[in-house]
Design a protein around this ligand. Structure first.
Ligand code: HEM
Length: 146
């Protein structure tokens, strides 16, 4: 008889934000809510202004990125080879405190609109905000839009 120490570990799937949000459909729902808010809410006008007129490519790119970031399959790396990291992708974009705060607030709104469980939202919201603040690379008032 095997002792408990030598029994093979049961392969319980890891509990990831990706699993908790409902997999890829849950992530895509969040991203749709995010860009819907960016397109319609005047509170995010400056953020909208620095994005391309057509948000369809970004809807796909951010969803692919978040699938991977939340612990799902590595589809961002596969579908967008050579894109580099998020920090280098944002280096050419002047991001001041106002733009960082708009991104963060837009995502906070999307977490609610998309129906993400409040307990998960309470973990994701500060994580998104920390990322936004870390991406700031321009002095306040440094962006030229609005
Ligand atoms: C700090 C505030 C942020 C601003 C102002 C910002 C702005 C932008 C803009 C203007 C683009 C290019 C959009 C286009 O081509 O239409 C972009 C791309 C992107 N952003 Fe952000 N972003 C911010 C934060 C974030 C965060 C927190 C994430 C991840 C959670 C993120 C993920 C991405 C991704 C994955 C891309 C596509 C990069 C690529 O494949 O080239 N962004 N962002």
């Amino acid at each position: 008889m095997q002792s408990p120490m030598t029994q093979p570990a049961t392969a319980a799937p890891p509990v990831t934000p990706y699993a908790l949000i409902g997999g890829e459909p849950g992530v895509r729902r969040l991203v749709e809510s995010f860009y819907d808010a960016m397109e319609t809410d005047p509170a995010f006008a400056a953020l909208r202004a620095i994005h391309a007129p057509d948000l369809m490519p970004m809807r796909a790119r951010l969803a692919d990125f978040l699938v991977q970031w939340m612990g799902g399959p590595r589809i961002y790396a596969e579908r967008h080879p050579g894109r580099g990291c998020v920090v280098s992708a944002h280096r050419p974009i002047p991001i001041d405190a106002r733009l960082a705060d708009q991104w963060s607030a837009c995502m906070r709104q999307a977490l609610t609109t998309a129906g993400v469980a409040p307990e998960l939202g309470a973990v994701l919201d500060p994580a998104f905000d920390a990322m936004c603040q870390g991406l700031r690379n321009a002095p306040d008032g440094g962006d030229r839009n609005g």
